[in-house]
Design a protein around this ligand. Structure first.
Ligand SMILES: Nc1ncnc2c1ncn2[C@@H]1O[C@H](COP(=O)(O)OP(=O)(O)OP(=O)(O)O)[C@@H](O)[C@H]1O
Length: 586
């Protein structure tokens, strides 16, 4: 006990000398003071700072010795503000609040691509796997949950310009606990995988990791069985420079060899599909190369493969008409994307089957980060829309809800102004008038429908009614960002109704999150070149701004430090009073 106290004391003193641990205690609340505090701490590898119970995390781009068992033990069951800021403190606090209030929680991890969201979610999972009590049976479930991470990363992550291990899908994971606080199961929801990456990658980026892992890491016999060669350059879908990647499917993986082999067969079939070539002179687009392996892997004969890849059925009036496929390459790529996308969904279901066991939960939301590239794909549009929705949720649950509550309770309050991104969400999702509704209507309209007709409609609907309206409010930035989106819209026709499905899955997600108690981790990217020790002030300032951290700080400073729902507060104190004074029952 003595040593623990000494250790904590020493750690606290050392950290006290480097900036302020909780921004709420900063003397000045301007942006310069905020950034200066972050920078001071970052220079001493102190990547975590609080704004009340919100955790700000700056990517160190190097391994820090702060995630070991000793650190975990230090943070277990200790009051939130007693120790220096740490992701373990937030995880532990969420866990103990769940146990005392017996309600559901979620941890929203946000930030742009490469800011450290996935790493943060892994740290939390590791903390729970060590800190929560367990039996042998539970340990098995827990191992599976931990091991599902590298499996999903292999299939759902890729190297991008911004991040060598970028999540190209959204992940919401519930960690399920029983009433004793034992971690007893898990459930994963996945959101819109960036399937276009299977067939095309921007310059300097790569396909999903699994393809390279398979080609580089599989045994000779497996490669032979799948008809693959140990050379990424051989595959059109993998023409980027290869690094050595290791096969992560170890003996411990929760699937047997047969299932793994089937999985690899599907991955291999996608690679073979990418190498299918068509005869451009021939009207029927005959397949040029030998596709024996592909036929075997897909379980189809040569004739069916030819027909599937070079013909399509369209419904015109009541009849079914066969038409020649002018875009055979597009059809081939669409099939590859569909096979890969379905496989990914199957993977998530398999993981859920082996881990689910529902009680109270702590959800971890790690969604792909906001990004703006020179050319932005349809999926990128969805990713950015998703980030806007989560920012809206953050605003609703913190800045807005809290100020509304002070007003409702008649507490004297100086309103804190903030930018409400609801107008951006409305522009995308509003019924009948939003971009997604327009897209759907245009796709389903009879007659000639092209990118251009949609663009015309888009300009007519939005440019004059929406965008000029926003211009009136002098919001130039907003106008620019949405003119950018025009480029994105051009490719929309290829994605009939996908956007609508994504919109409704996001709606379900936000409803589900609203029913839980929220904890926030805001991840900041320290520099663009992924270098340790570099603190790019301009980049950090930009993120602090759009994440609304200054507004959050102002509300936290002016408001009450401790907030609990009346019911939870009553339940907690009534319960302990009942235990101690049973006569109260009467
Ligand atoms: N706490 C940390 N300690 C050490 N390195 C880190 C930490 N957080 C992030 N990194 C480094 O930054 C890289 C990018 O982080 P991560 O993959 O978590 O970003 P992300 O926000 O999830 O990005 P995306 O939205 O593209 O998936 C990691 O691969 C790792 O090298």
């Amino acid at each position: 006990f003595f040593f623990t106290v000494k250790f904590m004391d020493g750690a606290l003193t050392a950290r006290d000398r480097v900036g302020i641990q909780d921004f709420v205690l900063l003397e000045e609340t301007n942006e310069a003071a905020f950034i200066s505090n972050l920078k001071k701490r970052y220079s001493k590898d102190l990547i975590y700072t609080y704004i009340g119970t919100l955790l700000v995390s700056v990517n160190p781009y190097k391994e820090l010795d702060i995630y070991n068992k000793k650190q975990m033990d230090t943070y277990m069951g200790v009051n939130f503000f007693e120790l220096p800021p740490h992701i373990y403190a937030l995880a532990d606090n969420a866990y103990h609040t769940m146990l005392t209030e017996f309600n559901n929680h979620f941890i929203l991890i946000s930030g742009e691509s490469g800011a450290g969201k996935t790493e943060a979610s892994k740290k939390i999972l590791q903390f729970y796997s060590v800190s929560c009590p367990s039996t042998t049976l539970m340990s098995t479930v827990r191992d599976k949950m931990l091991m599902s991470n590298p499996v999903l990363e292999a299939f759902g992550n890729a190297k991008t310009l911004k991040n060598n291990n970028s999540s190209r899908f959204g992940k919401y994971m519930d960690i399920q606990f029983d009433s004793q606080g034992d971690a007893v199961g898990g459930h994963i929801l996945n959101y819109l995988l960036e399937k276009s990456r299977v067939v095309h990658q921007n310059h300097g980026e790569r396909n999903f990791h699994i393809f390279y892992q398979l080609v580089e890491g599989a045994s000779d016999s497996l490669l032979q069985q799948l008809g693959l060669e140990r050379d990424c350059q051989h595959y059109n879908y993998l023409t980027q420079v290869c690094m050595v990647w290791f096969l992560i499917f170890s003996k411990k993986t929760c699937w047997n060899k047969k299932i793994l082999t089937h999985l690899f067969e599907v991955v291999a079939s996608v690679l073979h599909l990418g190498n299918v070539q068509f005869d451009t002179d021939n009207r029927d687009r005959a397949l040029l190369n030998d596709n024996t392996e592909l036929q075997w892997l897909l379980g189809v004969d040569a004739h069916s493969l030819q027909e599937e890849l070079t013909f399509r059925k369209i419904e015109a009036k009541q009849e079914q008409v066969h038409t020649h496929l002018n875009h055979a390459i597009y059809g081939r790529d669409a099939l590859a994307k569909a096979i890969y996308g379905q496989t990914f969904t199957w993977l998530v279901h398999r993981i859920n089957d082996s881990t689910e066991n529902k009680k109270t939960v702590i959800g971890l939301l790690d969604i792909y980060g906001f990004e703006v590239f020179y050319v932005n794909s349809f999926e990128q549009f969805c990713i950015n829309y998703c980030n806007e929705k989560l920012q809206q949720l953050f605003i609703q649950l913190t800045l807005k809800a809290e100020q509304d509550e002070y007003e409702a309770e008649g507490i004297e309050w100086e309103p804190v102004q903030f930018f409400n991104n609801k107008i951006i969400c409305d522009l995308v999702e509003e019924k009948h008038r939003g971009i997604i509704s327009l897209l759907d209507e245009e796709c389903l309209r009879p007659g000639d429908v092209t990118d251009l007709t949609f663009l015309e409609r888009f300009v007519l609907t939005f440019f004059f009614f929406y965008i000029l309206g926003f211009l009136d409010k002098n919001n130039d930035l907003f106008l620019i960002s949405h003119l950018d989106q025009l480029q994105v819209i051009m490719t929309f026709m290829l994605y009939l109704q996908v956007a609508t499905q994504f919109k409704s899955s996001l709606l379900k997600l936000t409803e589900m999150l609203m029913a839980k108690q929220a904890w926030y981790i805001r991840c900041l990217k320290s520099n663009e070149s992924k270098q340790p020790g570099q603190f790019d002030e301009a980049l950090i300032r930009h993120q602090v701004k759009y994440l609304g951290l200054m507004e959050h700080l102002r509300v936290r400073r002016a408001g009450f430090a401790y907030r609990r729902k009346y019911e939870d507060f009553l339940k907690r104190y009534l319960n302990s009073a009942l235990v101690r004074h049973e006569y109260l029952l009467d």
